[in-house]
Design a protein around this ligand. Structure first.
Ligand code: BES
Ligand code: MN
Ligand code: ZN
Length: 551
């Protein structure tokens, strides 16, 4: 769905359906005065009395079919006093999916409706435009690349028509689309465009930029969702590396990829301990955004866990829900999604130098797999006794953390990982555990998440628990007790953070992959959590680069 800008007096606006949002007791003349002036039938249409503004209410008002604005969909926001941005996002998402279900091709949102909400929400017009556009785009996400009959683009970015499944199998079957171009569930195609309806003669630059930022961020999130939802026989470590290379060539990033020999040669013994059991080759992906003149700047380093399938290894997981472990690369997906967003972000050159590091492999059992009790030498030189091969995320991350500090003098290092089941127990399906000893970085990340609507919560890095990681034979074990499992994992990672390095760890085991869909994430599975927060983080660091340079 394209995002457009209509600049005209309301009489010249046109769209199959105009979306408005009302709080309880509000009259539509207050909500959308210019619209009501241009469409006087609104005030006499019988359906008007059905509008109460109650949360989740949707009322469609119909005018004469030949009118330029023949329909208005009013969505209820509930009481003004309890209104928040998430309510608006959900209402926008539900309105847009309702329009798709009704096969409306062109949609409009009068910006005066958003302006009217700005004060209640304590937000600027630009923020409202951004959140509205992002919610509208995200609500239309679908994952039908692996169906034999479908309509949308595949995760590999191939043309619509033949499914990924049919392409991979080299099949000539399964290319028949039904007449309506619907997908298997019978969902009609997406609306062609959504127009922001301005009465101003030209779109103000700030509003235009906000909409473009929303498009960039939504694209990044949807890439991350595609990668998380993609089955592990398609989304392999090498496919992630190819995606990184493709992002680099389309957007001018640089990208280096190490294979198994390079990983071993560079002494990434912990990463290799996980990778060695798999037939699929591991990759270590380095992706860099470096605007001109910032080559010597200290970069922000983002590290994403890229386990494309986590069986647990020799410490095999139980079969129930094991298939969800195709989503154990949600951290990697967030980093790639962030770079995809950056690639089309207005003003990306004003953002700091950013390096993405993605250690990616399967975690498989097999004759060559690491055994519980094996001791390995990490990239840092520290040794680790691997007591449980299912605690593999920390093993691939610790080498990436060491690599980041050896190769760069980072502004900050932030890792993101579907790291521990314990974090889901602590914070539930939607909570991201935020671990950092850096108060400023904690506040920055909490503020970023508040802005994007992500549920982040700080968890402790208590020194008292560090001895949980004692090993009888090596510098440390890779697990502690079950109790405080997320903290133990975070403390393991902290052992690889050198003095003076600013570091934060995000445990997205819950929100990285969810079992239930929602208006903003209609397909159960990947949510792209982290993408938008990283965009905010990059903005936070813009202009704050220390001229320290790469080592
Ligand atoms: N990928 C899992 C964590 C996970 C669990 C993510 C559920 C999403 C949903 C991770 O590799 C893992 O297996 N962690 C173990 C660690 C334990 C062996 C110390 C866990 O959480 O059970
Ligand atoms: Mn595991
Ligand atoms: Zn895992």
């Amino acid at each position: 769905m394209d995002i457009r800008f209509h600049n005209a007096s309301a009489g010249d606006w046109r769209a199959d359906c105009t979306l408005i949002f009302t709080t309880e007791g509000q009259r539509i003349q207050e909500v959308a005065p210019a619209l009501c002036k241009a469409a006087p039938w609104l005030e006499i249409t019988p359906a008007l009395r059905d509008i109460t503004g109650k949360k989740n209410e949707q009322v469609v008002l119909y005018g004469h079919p030949d009118l330029p604005l023949p329909r208005v969909l009013s969505s209820g926001l509930g009481k003004a006093a309890s209104l928040n941005m998430q309510t608006l996002r959900d209402a926008v998402a539900k309105a847009v999916t309702a329009c798709r279900a009704r096969s409306y091709e062109t949609l409009g949102i009068p910006v005066e409706v958003l302006d009217g909400l700005a004060e209640t929400l304590g937000s600027s017009r630009e923020e409202l435009v951004k959140e509205t556009v992002a919610a509208a785009l995200l609500s239309l996400y679908r994952c039908d690349a692996y169906r034999s009959q479908k309509n949308g683009p595949t995760p590999g970015g191939k043309a619509a028509g033949k499914s990924a499944a049919a392409q991979k199998a080299g099949s000539t079957k399964g290319t028949v689309e039904n007449a309506a171009g619907n997908d298997e569930d019978g969902t009609p195609p997406d609306p062609r465009w959504l127009a922001l309806l301005f009465t101003e003669k030209t779109t103000p630059d700030a509003a235009h930029r906000a909409a473009r930022e929303a498009e960039a961020e939504a694209a990044g999130i949807m890439l991350a969702q595609d990668l998380s939802n993609g089955p592990a026989n398609y989304i392999t470590p090498d496919v992630l590396a190819q995606r990184a290379k493709k992002l680099a060539s389309s957007h001018g990033f640089s990208c280096t990829v190490f294979g198994p020999e390079e990983i071993r040669k560079r002494g990434m013994g912990a990463f290799w301990a996980v990778a060695r059991g798999a037939r699929e080759e591991p990759r270590f992906i380095v992706l860099e955004h470096c605007p001109k003149g910032k080559e010597k700047d200290a970069p922000l380093v983002l590290i994403g866990k890229g386990i494309t399938f986590d069986t647990g290894g020799i410490s095999l997981k139980p079969p129930a829900k094991m298939h969800e472990m195709k989503g154990d690369m949600g951290g990697a997906a967030a980093v790639l999604g962030f770079f995809a967003a950056l690639g089309q972000m207005p003003g990306a050159d004003e953002l700091p130098r950013v390096v993405g590091l993605i250690p990616t492999t399967e975690n498989m059992p097999g004759g060559n797999a690491t055994r519980p009790g094996d001791v390995v030498v990490t990239h840092s030189g520290k040794t680790v006794e691997i007591l449980n091969t299912d605690a593999e995320g920390r093993l691939i991350l610790c080498d990436a953390i060491s690599y980041a500090q050896k190769e760069y003098a980072p502004l900050a290092v932030v890792d993101i990982a579907t790291l521990t089941g314990a974090c889901v127990i602590a914070l539930g399906d939607y909570g991201t555990g935020l671990f950092t000893g850096d108060k400023e970085l904690r506040a920055t990340l909490m503020d970023a998440a508040e802005k994007t609507g992500d549920l982040f919560w700080p968890l402790p890095l208590w020194d008292e628990y560090d001895s949980n990681l004692k090993s009888d034979v090596a510098d440390m074990a890779n697990i502690g007790p079950r109790e405080g499992g997320s903290i133990n994992a975070a403390l393991f990672l902290r052992r690889f953070v050198e003095k003076g390095t600013r570091w934060a760890h995000l445990d997205i085991a819950g929100p990285g992959y969810v079992a239930k869909g929602s208006p903003l994430h209609p397909v159960p599975g990947g949510t792209g959590v982290g993408v938008r927060v990283f965009c905010e983080l990059a903005r936070h660091f813009s202009g704050k680069e220390k001229k320290k340079g790469a080592r």
